[in-house]
Design a protein around this ligand. Sequence first.
Ligand SMILES: Nc1ncnc2c1ncn2[C@@H]1O[C@H](COP(=O)(O)OP(=O)(O)OP(=O)(O)O)[C@@H](O)[C@H]1O
Ligand SMILES: [Mg+2]
Length: 318
Amino acid sequence: MTIIETSGLTKYYGDLCAVDHLDLSVGNEIFGLLGPNGSGKTTTVLMLTTLLEPTGGSARICGYDTREEAREVRRQISYVPQEMAVDIKLTGRENVAFFAKLYGIPRRDEAVDRVLSMMDLSERADDLVRTYSGGMRRRLELAQALVHEPKVLFLDEPTIGLDVAARRKIWEHIRTLKSRGMTIFVTTHYMDEADHSCDRVAILDRGRVIAVDSPSALRARVGNDIISARVRGQIGDTFPEGITHLGERDNGEIVFSTDHGSEKVPVLFHWLEKRGVSVQSISVREPTLDDVFLSLVTQREEGHGFDDHKFRTMLRRR
Ligand SMILES: Nc1ncnc2c1ncn2[C@@H]1O[C@H](COP(=O)(O)OP(=O)(O)OP(=O)(O)O)[C@@H](O)[C@H]1O
Ligand SMILES: [Mg+2]
């Protein structure tokens, strides 16, 4: 069953291509849209929620076209934006009641109680939101979003700025909503969180989807083990057999993939030292989605003779 479907969905802001021919098909699942800052996550969500007009292509939610049938789409969905959207001068209950009124929910008090309790906010419901923690405010936003019983929930960076415990709790709630039949489309740049909780993820890079799959299938693409190293000196571009260089992290960590991590660590160590590269630290771990992203971006940078993205932007300018 397809719940969200996009076909060539594209958005330009002037000359800047923020979302570039997105083709996605999302079923009844927790679907994560991952990517670094500025990769086009929010722009995508805004188009899917009918709040932003695409430059090209189309999107359907529960079969309804986001442009032609925006009212129908809005009936099926809820959206929690990246920026906080609760009134801190009101109580939690008043915030949710306001939404319930806006949506014309019948038996409003019951509905408000129900969603506050779902988000574990009943005890604090009559306190001013000003006194809530960041995690509680986020859960209140979820409560608001749930009051009209949407089929599809769009969450833009739901855990940004929260501490580890609060993040974990938000994800627990997201999984519970999924188990009750809701489809959840969630963006995040915390790849590890997506790894634990999303059924499938799409990795976005500069407006383009560079991979779509389950987190485990994506991790399997970079091999069994990751060797990460910190070195002084130039590592060159040839490596021992069975070791692939995935790229270098912003933090200076150099990342390799291999199928036999503990065997290959001494091999790589000696290889580097022999070439005058001093190894400060070297270790083996399991692959993460960050490694997948790094490998995909490195492949793109090495693989193309010219930058296709810039090329298209250039063509459009003429
Ligand atoms: N209203 C706008 N006008 C012009 N450019 C914009 C506008 N909104 C976003 N952009 C640009 O479009 C690109 C994609 O932005 P978007 O906000 O969709 O990314 P994002 O993946 O949500 O980033 P973040 O992780 O920072 O939230 C960025 O280069 C951004 O600067
Ligand atoms: Mg964003």
